[in-house]
Ligand binder design. Structure first.
Ligand code: ATR
Length: 284
């Protein structure tokens, strides 16, 4: 019987770069994925100064690094830095996953949209196809997931933002998808949705975006892309106003990590046990 790990093999080196990055759960998630396959992986958190991403990536590669996750506020910097972009990173105008070719080309991908779609469709068992979806917010987080959600064929996808112009701009950018519309919060009165996603950063300040509380269709899913040690104020508000199901962004976090892991290791990890472990650690 062999050991679980092959200790003759050096651990392969990965990291997440961000600012701040201390709170990141990615090392823990990637460690749990690696254990599923008996892989030896070292996954670091690297805090990068603003403007310092190109140098940090070069240093990491020189130290033998094999793949990177990029988190706030560097996803646009990474988009500009890479030599080659996946189609979904191009659509998102943001990169959250970097890999390197043998001749040191930097490849940028974006797994955020795939992550949220997998979480909603497979973990939460809510189809997007043919459903009415409301996406609240029009910043980087929303832009990062719009393409894959639209590709999942909702009947209608409304982007509503406090600053209306930004929602209209996103509608214009994604107008090849006929089902997309951008608007302000007031325009939502009288409309109901099967899936309501909070893609704003309001939860960070314990605020709820000022959307009408009537947006939830019967049994609607309320989804917050943010997560914390307790339910976000949006989740609590949605549950009080008729959402039939609620979820925070832990599932999306694990699913986008799984997609990055697959890019780097060519193996698809099981996400269910990892999501459960993170949720248990939180409630402990
Ligand atoms: P991110 O990259 O996290 O999306 P961002 O690009 O700064 O960050 O975008 C933040 C988003 O949250 C924006 O859509 C912002 O609305 P505005 O464009 O009107 O600024 C939204 N947001 C932040 N706080 C909010 C609040 N309290 N209520 C409603 N929307 C809020």
């Amino acid at each position: 019987m062999g050991d679980l790990f092959d200790f003759d093999q050096p651990a392969s080196l990965y990291a997440v770069m961000g600012n701040p990055v201390a709170h990141s759960r990615s090392p823990q998630i990637h460690q749990m994925f690696a254990e599923q396959f008996g892989l030896r992986v070292e996954y670091q958190k690297i805090q990068v100064d603003l403007g310092g991403l190109p140098q940090a990536v070069a240093n990491f590669r020189a130290a033998g690094g094999q793949g990177l996750n990029i988190t706030l506020p560097f996803k646009l910097d990474a988009f500009r830095l890479v030599d080659e972009l996946s189609p979904r990173a191009l659509l998102a105008a943001a990169v959250n996953t970097i890999s390197f070719t043998h001749d040191d080309q930097i490849i940028g991908d974006n797994t955020d949209g795939a992550g949220i779609c997998r979480d909603i469709m497979f973990n939460l068992e809510r189809p997007i196809a043919g459903r009415r979806v409301l996406l609240v917010g029009a910043g980087g987080a929303v832009r990062g997931v719009l393409g894959p959600i639209l590709e999942a064929c909702p009947e209608l996808l409304v982007i509503a933002n406090r600053t209306v112009d930004k929602a209209v701009e996103l509608e214009r950018h994604f107008s090849r998808f006929r089902s997309v519309a951008g608007c302000g919060f007031d325009d939502l009165s009288g409309q109901q949705f099967d899936i309501v996603i909070n893609g704003t950063s309001a939860s960070v300040a314990d605020e709820v975006p000022a959307i009408p509380h009537t947006v939830f269709a019967s049994g609607a899913l309320a989804y917050d892309m943010m997560y914390g040690d307790r339910p976000t104020v949006f989740i609590e508000w949605a549950a009080r106003h008729g959402a039939g199901q609620t979820a925070d962004g832990i599932g999306m976090l694990v699913e986008q990590a799984a997609e990055s892991f697959t890019i780097w290791h060519d193996r698809t990890p099981q996400t269910g046990p990892v999501i459960a472990a993170l949720r248990n650690a939180r409630s402990a």
